[in-house]
Design a protein around this ligand. Structure first.
Ligand code: ADP
Ligand code: ASP
Ligand code: MG
Length: 442
């Protein structure tokens, strides 16, 4: 049981800083495509490229796929070079993972990637057929065919390069290109996948490589909200969010964008536009802070708190008598994505996603350490660029949780985030209480 209370200087602030030896998410290099390496017929250069990504709910059935096809055709007819990045239909990825578990207790990672990468290919092939029926030319490509080159880590590969020549050739011929999200080919020529939500990363990496001004992320909500709108019905849609805030929000559990997609977007200055697949609306722009004038709803007057985000489960480990460098070196080697780290004296407490549990246990056992873990905690985080310059946010957060009778055994902060681990059973209540206390609703 972990019972250490701590609220001091911090830990791993999302992806915005790194601790040596910790498997922190790193920036992915996406080299620009050499413009001379592609054939470009006269006239084609004047058209700009747009990358449009559609999530699982947006392509959940044939009717929705046809609507997506119509949207892509609309962009082509408006004069863009159009790349669509699609997720697997509905719950396909979950179903494929379940199928693997029914066959094997610990599926071989290479074969698992061969299996789950299929979902995105289905969506792309079907969308291409629908586009052809609408009188346009289209081609679907696997991640490998699209030139998404990754490292060799099955299940959470990182993109190391985008070789977009084939995409350029198809775009130059006026085709709409459908790229299967969430996957690539490794430097060892194996099919890899990028981790859950990885189609976002595919889309942003392609937008960076194609020199697109921004990347459109179509999903099942109208944009990024001040809290998960499924949990907090009066959550407010946010018009502008900075890369830093969105990184903190995503790495703290706001599912709407994959953390690594924001890292790629920030390092290549690709603006992100999150919007609904199903209704018109202005959506949310994610970009550098201070690039939008405040009279246009920009971020010069930074919101004290932009959002309250949550994750229902995060495994918390408690280790005694380990040397820090050795412990986190071993965890990094085991590819455990360590989040919060708290050390008081000999005692080290750290957290990591539940899916990394087996790898963490193996690494800790191999070091011969005495350790325990706790699976009954989740995390609630307040994120806002304005909290840098406003005292009192932590005090109000703690008072709100205390008034609601919610214990928080671990607290960690970054300049723009306060994260409280709370019991999983209290996560929803904590989100609603904090959202209300900071008056974030509409
Ligand atoms: P997609 O399949 O389109 O990639 P996801 O399910 O990955 O969609 O992400 C969208 C979901 O993210 C929404 O349905 C919503 O419930 C959830 N979500 C969590 N936090 C937020 C937030 N702060 N703003 C918007 N959506 C959020
Ligand atoms: N289909 C994959 C998943 O469910 C990737 C994605 O949708 O982005 O995680
Ligand atoms: Mg997603």
């Amino acid at each position: 049981m972990v019972r250490s209370s701590w609220s001091g200087a911090i830990v791993r602030p999302g992806a915005s800083s790194k601790l040596a030896g910790v498997a922190a998410t790193e920036y992915e290099a996406v080299p620009a495509v050499d413009p001379d390496a592609r054939p470009t017929p006269p006239g084609a250069r004047s058209e700009s490229s747009v990358v449009m990504k559609f999530g699982g709910t947006s392509v959940a059935d044939p009717e929705k796929l046809k609507q997506v096809a119509a949207r892509l055709v609309g962009a082509r007819e408006a004069g863009y070079r159009v790349v669509g990045v699609l997720s697997a239909m509905g719950k396909t990825t979950d179903e494929l993972l379940q199928l693997a578990r029914e066959v094997s207790a610990s599926p071989d990672p290479r074969e698992l990637d061969m299996l789950v990468s299929v979902g995105e290919r289905i969506s792309c092939a079907l969308a291409a057929m629908a586009i052809v029926d609408l009188g346009h030319e289209a081609i679907s490509l696997t991640g490998s065919q699209a030139g998404i080159v990754t490292d060799t880590v099955h299940g959470k590969a990182k993109i190391v390069e985008v070789r977009a020549r084939r995409i350029h050739e198809a775009l130059d011929r006026g085709k709409i290109v459908l790229v299967a999200g969430f996957q690539g080919v490794s430097t060892a020529f194996e099919v890899t996948t990028l981790g859950r939500g990885g189609s976002d990363t595919t889309a942003v990496a392609l937008a960076a490589a194609l020199g697109a001004d921004h990347c459109e992320i179509y999903t099942d909500v109208r944009g990024v909200f001040s809290a998960d709108p499924r949990l907090v019905p009066d959550a407010r849609p946010l018009r502008h969010v900075s890369f830093d805030e969105m990184l903190e929000m995503a790495s703290s559990g706001a599912r709407v964008l994959a953390t690594r997609s924001i890292e790629v977007a920030r390092s290549h200055t690709v603006k992100l536009h999150v919007r609904s697949s199903f209704e018109e609306g202005i959506g949310t722009w994610i970009q550098e802070e201070d690039t939008v004038p405040s009279e246009k709803g920009g971020m010069l007057e930074k919101a004290l708190i932009s959002g309250v985000v949550h994750q229902r489960e995060e495994t918390v480990y408690h280790v005694d008598g380990a040397t820090r460098a050795r412990l986190f070196g071993a965890l990094a080697e085991a590819l455990v994505n360590v989040d919060t780290i708290v050390q008081t004296g000999e005692q080290i407490v750290f957290s990591a996603p539940p899916e990394d549990r087996a790898a963490a246990a193996r690494a800790l056992d191999a070091l011969g350490l005495t350790w325990s873990s706790r699976d009954d905690l989740g995390k609630v985080s307040l994120v806002g660029a304005g909290m840098k310059s406003h005292p009192g946010v932590a005090a109000k957060t703690f008072a709100t949780l205390e008034d609601a009778g919610i214990e928080s055994p671990i607290v960690s902060t970054s300049p723009i985030k306060i994260a409280c681990h709370v019991p999983t059973v209290d996560v929803d209540r904590a989100v609603r209480a904090l959202h209300e206390a900071f008056e974030l609703g509409r």
